[in-house]
Design a protein around this ligand. Structure first.
Ligand SMILES: [Zn+2]
Length: 214
């Protein structure tokens, strides 16, 4: 038997097994690992994707940690926030209890649900201004901790949102490219019908085969 066929023969039942195990344990686990929502309803933080085996490998994760970190940071986190491919080990209660006691998860519960009698909160305007100032001055001494990193991510996302909204209504856009070896940076200037102009960066592109700049 060819090696690939032999591998698929052993692999397919394993995929079906984990889906089957999840189906059997889902209610129990989701009832145990939950959090109080702001609307008073209790929900489980443990959620799955690809519950239908035809959609691919089952993935399990924590919706609160994903929301706290954001998709980009969650992928690098190596926690349930990254929604890794499920394994029988991940369905064990003590494993999930360990995640529930992690600092990151507790913070997510506190920040996103207001659990424990705390009202949901956001950092003060002063905290946002301080991080913005450090970012603008490229303050190398600024030792960004987790909270400051989240604030800087929020600021970056809000700027991107503002730029996208402006680009949607722009009447004229110019692009300029800075290329260096295999890297390329694309900047833009956008003007709307009220002559409001903004400039920004569309993004860097790697592995571009060009040495010219426009
Ligand atoms: Zn979590």
């Amino acid at each position: 038997m060819p090696p690939v066929v032999k591998h698929l023969g052993g692999c397919a039942p394993a995929v079906a097994d984990i889906h089957d195990q999840w189906r059997r344990k889902k209610f129990l686990l989701q009832s145990k690992f939950c959090y109080p929502g702001l609307d008073g309803r209790v929900r489980s933080w443990l959620v799955a994707s690809n519950e239908n085996p035809a959609d691919g490998p089952l993935k399990l994760g924590c919706r609160l940690c994903l929301k706290l970190l954001g998709p980009a940071a969650a992928v690098k986190s190596r926690t349930l926030a990254a929604f890794p491919t499920a394994s029988p080990e991940m369905l064990r209660v003590h494993k999930l209890m360990r995640h529930e006691q992690q600092k990151q998860h507790l913070k997510a519960v506190e920040m996103l649900t207001g659990d424990g009698g705390c009202a949901p909160f956001a950092p003060s305007k002063e905290a946002f201004k301080k991080v913005w100032s450090d970012v603008r001055r490229r303050n190398q001494d600024a030792d960004f901790k987790e909270k400051e990193r989240i604030i800087s991510w929020c600021l970056a996302e809000s700027i991107r949102h503002f730029q996208r909204q402006h680009l949607k209504k722009s009447t004229c856009i110019s692009l300029s490219q800075d290329a260096s070896q295999t890297r390329q940076l694309i900047r833009f200037a956008s003007v709307d019908d009220k002559f409001e102009c903004i400039t920004g960066v569309l993004g860097p592109v790697k592995n571009v085969n060009t040495t010219s700049s426009v």
